[in-house]
Every structure is written in structure tokens, then in C-alpha cells.
Design a protein around this ligand. Structure first.
Ligand code: ADP
Ligand code: MG
Length: 699
């Protein structure tokens, strides 16, 4: 049957081949359906003009109506900006622009009424708006829509004159093309009534063309439900199939490898939490179904030892194990520490990274293939097709948030049955999130640090405290300790960030003439980078400046100071990760958050959270509250079966659980997919899966 929604987007009036190409490549829009399921990311309510006196920090975009009362170009060079004062008679806001300021400055007229669109933030209690959009009040007021939808556009689209407004027009034409024929329903009627959902046709129309703000919540609830429902259905169905079709290897015994290591080589007493997790894993791998376990444990909680013990368990049962790390440095570090810990025990451990080439590589591959290599440590190199194990039974993936789901999928092909998988992360994620992202992943938690650790002391300094900072660093250096200084590296601004780091480096070289300062950044060749890191590990470099986040997980126990420059530009979880690089030895360690002098209230609060808490779980929670969801590290890269276009698995957790319940009922009630009322469900799922790569066959 012909489905008008499947019409190629290039046949829509105003699109054509060139724009169709852009839409496909940049926004994944290929058909009319894709266009209609590409929702606005925000709306500007043009019916509400705010008063300046009522503005508060954290408000969404607001409209103001008023006049410019002063304008000045302030600062020089990089910090040059245009600052204007805007008033509507109830108060003043400060407007700030950093780009094209000369042209703008000329354009801004006094005695002229503007309608301004912007997002207020407060600095020390004063409200200001960065890069507001100003429009002539007269032009704006002639616009028909009061709720104006805004659509994402790419850089290329902007260059092709393809604005958010154009997108809105295309949506209008798509509706026209359907000639008033309603969109076919995508959920069964009984579900629509049971969960009080709006029909799909109405919801799609309203979400693109709301007449007022009140129409939005119900429309978006319906579309979010639909999205979450199919997501959960896919995951649950996959899980069900996997349990039916895949057995896991049975590790039935604890043997010599494990016992000898435990009795002869274990360098410390395990914490209770470590013991518990090892037990949980042992129980899992003995059941005959494949283990998929997520191990969460704060930085420094000793996840690596747990991983090693689990690997030994695999060895005892005649299997090989591998440990995968996201970077070469980390892989090498794991390799070295495992070799050291294993000592004289007869266990062959080897390392495979992109750096291992030629004869050496062949030797490793041969050893893995003939089974003489028992534990293989490495990077992504491990999942390449050329790596074939004799009998791989257990896989550890360290610091999962940098390891894509697609990559993990490749592990499945490494043996006749999928190996047991232990994913380790220091970034805690809420349980529902874990369930959604990983299907039926079980979760273990190490909620205890090894004894004798002193919590890292955290302080927040501003630029004016730089003298104090240097004093502190000098004191620690005199004690023989080492120091990290980290600068953020934000993609859009890489050049400037790098300059910041280099300036900082030169300054440190100047201030600490009697010590060796090193620098690593992303633009360096990997070998050079590794050399610097190695020198730091050995203690030949005393202060290490770095732009990239220092390789997650690097272990230099003698480093006792972590200075984070421009700390306000990092996420809390990231700050916490960085802080975890120190405090690994017995002595007191420090984390210094350097920020600019004038901080927004939100930023000040975020620094406060870091100073007050060293608990990763508390911080993750605060992070969610302060930054809002969708930003949580780990979720963006972890990949899900379908891209979510409107729902947010953190913000919409409640709806997620409802949708999961609905999906589970369908699966249980209709195991053979033959109930007439669910016909629409299976058809829609098949359609979604045809257009999207199914990543859920993975976790
Ligand atoms: P993470 O969980 O961040 O990966 P690591 O596994 O790197 O942490 O462990 C951090 C440090 O703590 C390592 O130097 C490790 O040897 C040490 N460690 C781990 N478990 C214990 C323990 N039970 N007692 C003492 N030290 C431990
Ligand atoms: Mg680690």
C-alpha cells in the first residue's frame, strides 16, 4: 500500500536534490515522515513579553520589549566585547556580544523599540543576557504565530539559507501534501485509551503548530510515550530472545589460578565491597546464561583488582580473558600492573594496542589464537577481526563511557557463544537509565574506598588567588610531590584553548624554574604524548600541564595536586573524574578549582558542590539537577537502539517506566505477535528497525 509519509523529501516543494542531500546528511531526514518526526527543540512564546524586573537566573528564553540606553565596546583582543544596557522601564539588563561587535555596535540604535529574545543569567545577582537576538518591534509584531517553533539547523544549512523558519515552512507544506488526510495511528487504540494519550495526528500537528503553550505538554507526552514505548519494546524483545537463544559459558569452579593468586600474590586485603562484587560475578557466571554486568565504582575504588580476579576465574575454567581500555596509556598501565601483580605465577599476559606492530603483533596474535596467552590487555585493537581467540570466555571493558556500544557488539563474534561481559565505569548512572541503555544489564556497585585514603581536599580559587595557588604548589613540590594542571579543551574553540594551555605552561616554566614542567595536548603525536606521560609517571616531570582530560584512569600515586583551570567550563562528573587522579597515595592530596573572578550563580553553586562532596553519586545527582539531563556523560556516546528525538531518558524517567510496563505487557500478552489489536505495534516496530541500525543486540 502506498504510504504518503514515505515520499522522498526531495519531492516536497522547495526542497529539490541539493537541499534533500543536506537534510539527509545533516538531520537524517529522508522522507516526509522523517520531516514530521523532526520536532522543534524549543518554542518562543510570542504572546508573553516579560518585564525586566521579574527576570531570574535560569529562566528559559524570554522576550523583552524596550530600548537601548547605552552601548560600549569593552576589553581588548580576545576579551573584546560589546556591552549594552537595555531597559523597558521596569529595570535594566546588560547585553553582551562577543562576535561581529563592530557591525552590531553601529546597528544598535537609541530611541528605537526592540523586541529582544534571550536567556537571562545572573552574575553576582545582576541579570545579563549573552548574544540576544534583537528585532525591530514593528516587524515582530506583525507575525502570525504566537508560539514560534525553532528547529535545529546545521552550519551547512545556514550557509544554504536554510533557517529554522524554512524548516517550519517545509513542515507546513508536508501537511499540505497530505491533503487533510490524517496520519495513520502508530499505537493500538486500547493503549491510547489506557494511558490517556492524544492521537498521533493531533499530536504531530500540535507539536509543530501549537496555538498556545497549553497545547504542548499533552502533544509532547504522546510523542514521547510512543518513542519510549518502541525503544523499550525493542530492548525487552531482544533481551527475551537472547535468554532463549544464547547460553553462557559455565564457570563452575574456582581453581589454582584464582586461589594461588589470592593466597600468594594479593597485595592487600580486599574491601568488603570488592569481595561482594567478585561474589556477584561468580554467581552470575555459574548459571549458564551469559553475564552482562555493569560495575560502578568511584575513581580509586579498586575496580581493576576485581577485574583481574574475575579473569582468573575464567582461566580456572579453561577460558581466556581480555581487558579492554579506551586509550593506549591505560591499556599499558593495566598490562604493567597485572604483570607485576601476577609476579612469578605461570600466567601469560600480553598487550595489544595500535602501537604493537610487525613481528611483535604477529607473536601476540599467534599466542592468542593458540591459547598460550591467557589474558590479553589492549585497546580497540582487540576487537579487530584479525584478533581471534582460542577460547575467549570473559571480557572486561574499562571506563565504558568512552567505549561505544557498536564496538562492544564486535565482541560477540569472538567465540561460539558470547563471552561474559563486565563493563566498569566510574560515572554512576541511575538504574532506569542503565536498564534502558543496556537492556538487561545487571548492576554491581563498589561503594567503599580502600582503607587509609584521605579524601581529596578541594578548594575553589579565583584568578585573584593565583599567588596562593603557586605557593601551595611550591610547598607540595618541596615535599617531593607532583602536580597536574588541566585546561579544558572545547571542540569549537580548540585553538584558543590550546593557546591558554600554552600560556599557562610558559608561566609555570617561568615561576618554577627549578622544576621540570611538561605539557601534553591533543595536537601532539601519540608517541610524544605517551613519552611525556611516561616521564611524569616516572617522576622526571614534576608539573604536568595538559589540555585533554588526562587519560581517564591514569595512576600516578605520587601526584598530590590537581589544578583545574577554567573549572567552570567542565561538567561536574568530569571534575570529579579529574579529581580522582590524585589522592591515590597515602598522603593528603588537593584539588584546586581555578575559575574566573566573576562567576554566574549556577557556576558558583557547581563549584560549591565539588568543594563540599567527594562522593561520585552525590555529585552525579547534583549534576543532573544543575545542568539538567541529557548532558550526563556517558549517555550521549553509549548509543541506543533508536535515536530519541523528543523524549529524554533522564527527564522523562517516569514516562519511561510507564512505557516499559506497556511494552512488557505487549510482549507477555502477545508472544506470537498474532493478536489483531497489536498489529499496528509490530508493523511500526518493523518499520523503525528497518530504518535504524539495531544497536540493542549488543550490551
Ligand atoms: P579504579 O576503580 O579507579 O579503577 P584502581 O583499580 O585503579 O581504581 O585502584 C586504585 C588504587 O587502589 C590502585 O593503586 C590499587 O592498587 C589500589 N587498591 C585497590 N584495591 C585496594 C584495596 N582493597 N586495598 C588497598 N589498595 C587497593
Ligand atoms: Mg580504573
Amino acid at each position: 500500500m502506498f504510504d504518503p509519509l514515505q515520499t522522498d523529501i526531495k519531492y516536497l516543494k522547495g526542497v529539490g536534490p541539493l537541499r534533500a542531500k543536506t537534510l539527509g546528511e545533516d538531520l537524517n531526514i529522508f522522507t516526509l515522515r522523517d520531516l514530521l518526526y523532526n520536532f522543534p527543540y524549543k518554542y518562543i512564546d510570542r504572546s508573553v513579553i516579560h518585564q525586566i524586573k521579574n527576570l531570574t537566573d535560569g529562566m528559559p528564553y524570554v522576550l523583552l520589549r524596550g530600548q537601548i540606553v547605552s552601548k560600549n565596546i569593552e576589553g581588548t583582543g580576545r576579551r573584546e566585547r560589546l556591552v549594552a544596557l537595555f531597559s523597558d522601564g521596569t529595570g535594566y539588563v546588560e547585553l553582551v556580544w562577543f562576535n561581529c561587535i563592530k557591525t552590531l555596535e553601529k546597528k544598535l540604535a537609541f530611541n528605537h523599540t526592540y523586541v529582544l529574545l534571550g536567556k537571562p543569567t545572573s552574575f553576582n545577582g545582576r541579570i545579563s543576557i549573552a548574544h540576544p537576538e534583537l528585532e525591530d518591534a514593528q516587524t515582530t509584531e506583525s507575525q502570525p504565530l504566537t508560539m514560534q517553533p525553532h528547529y535545529h539547523t546545521s552550519e551547512r544549512m545556514k550557509r544554504q539559507g536554510f533557517s529554522s523558519r524554512t524548516m517550519g515552512e517545509l513542515v507546513g507544506r508536508a501537511f499540505d501534501m497530505l491533503h487533510g488526510k490524517p496520519l495513520a495511528e502508530t499505537l493500538p487504540q486500547y493503549m491510547i485509551s489506557e494511558y490517556h494519550l492524544m492521537g498521533v495526528d493531533e499530536a504531530i500537528h500540535k507539536v509543530h503548530r501549537p496555538r498556545c503553550a497549553n497545547e504542548l505538554p499533552e502533544a509532547s507526552r504522546r510523542l514521547k510515550f510512543e518513542e519510549l514505548f518502541y525503544l523499550q519494546l525493542d530492548i525487552l524483545q531482544y533481551t527475551q530472545n537472547r535468554k532463549l537463544h544464547y547460553d553462557g559459558f559455565v564457570f563452575s569452579k574456582v581453581g589454582d589460578y584464582f586461589m594461588r593468586f589470592y593466597n600468594e600474590r594479593l597485595p592487600f586485603e580486599l574491601t568488603n565491597a570488592q569481595k561482594r562484587v567478585v561474589k556477584e560475578v561468580r554467581k552470575d557466571v555459574a548459571t549458564g546464561s551469559q553475564m552482562n554486568r555493569l560495575l560502578q565504582g568511584d575513581v580509586g575504588s579498586g575496580k581493576t583488582m576485581v577485574a583481574l580476579l574475575c579473569c582468573l576465574l575464567a582461566l580456572d575454567n579453561g577460558f581466556q580473558a581480555c581487558i579492554m581500555a579506551p586509550t593506549e596509556i591505560l591499556a599499558e598501565q593495566h598490562y604493567q600492573s597485572i604483570v607485576e601483580q601476577i609476579g612469578e605465577l605461570p600466567i601469560k599476559v600480553d598487550l595489544l594496542t595500535g602501537d604493537v606492530k610487525g613481528k611483535r603483533r604477529k607473536a601476540v596474535l599467534d599466542g592468542v589464537a593458540d591459547g598460550s596467552v591467557k589474558i590479553l590487555v589492549g585497546t580497540h585493537a582487540l576487537i579487530e577481526p584479525s584478533v581471534s581467540f582460542l577460547n575467549l570466555g570473559f571480557v572486561v571493558i574499562d571506563e565504558q563511557h568512552r567505549f561505544g556500544v557498536k564496538q562492544r557488539a564486535k565482541l560477540w563474534g569472538k567465540n561460539v557463544r558470547p563471552p561474559h561481559i563486565l563493563v566498569m565505569t566510574a560515572t554512576p548512572i541511575p538504574r532506569t537509565l542503565a536498564m534502558t541503555v543496556y537492556g538487561d544489564l545487571d548492576v554491581s556497585v563498589i561503594d567503599e574506598l580502600p582503607p587509609g585514603r584521605k579524601p581529596v581536599q578541594t578548594v575553589h580559587y579565583r584568578q585573584t588567588d593565583r599567588g596562593k595557588l603557586y605557593q601551595g604548589i611550591r610547598y607540595q613540590l618541596q615535599l617531593g610531590r607532583q602536580v597536574y594542571v588541566v585546561y579544558p579543551l572545547i571542540k569549537e574553540n580548540e585553538k584558543l584553548d590550546l593557546r591558554d594551555a600554552e600560556t599557562g605552561y610558559n608561566q609555570l616554566v617561568d615561576v618554577f624554574r627549578d622544576y621540570k614542567v611538561g605539557i601534553v595536548h591533543g595536537k601532539m603525536k601519540p608517541v610524544d604524548k605517551e613519552n611525556v606521560m611516561r616521564a611524569f609517571k616516572k617522576g622526571d616531570i614534576h608539573i604536568l600541564v595538559s589540555t585533554t582530560v588526562i587519560e581517564v584512569g591514569v595512576n600516578v600515586p605520587n601526584a598530590s595536586v590537581m589544578v583545574i583551570e577554567n573549572a567552570e567550563r567542565f561538567g561536574l562528573a568530569q571534575l570529579h573524574q579529574l579529581r580522582g587522579r590524585v589522592g591515590r597515595g597515602a598522603e593528603q592530596s588537593y584539588c584546586i578549582l581555578m575559575t574566573k573572578d566573576n562567576l554566574s550563580d549556577t557556576s558558583s553553586r557547581r563549584m560549591r558542590v565539588m568543594v563540599d562532596s567527594t562522593d561520585g553519586f552525590v555529585i552525579a545527582e547534583e549534576d543532573m539537577k544543575l545542568r539538567g539531563p541529557g548532558d550526563i556523560e556517558g549517555t550521549a556516546q553509549s548509543g541506543m537502539p533508536f535515536d530519541l528525538k523528543i523524549a529524554n531518558i533522564v527527564k522523562d524517567q517516569e514516562l519511561l517506566e510507564v512505557a516499559r510496563e506497556a511494552a512488557s505487557q505487549v510482549l507477555v500478552g502477545d508472544p506470537h505477535h498474532n493478536l489483531p489489536q497489536n498489529e499496528v505495534v509490530w508493523a511500526q516496530l518493523a518499520r523503525l528497525k528497518k530504518t535504524q541500525i539495531n544497536f540493542s543486540a549488543i550490551s
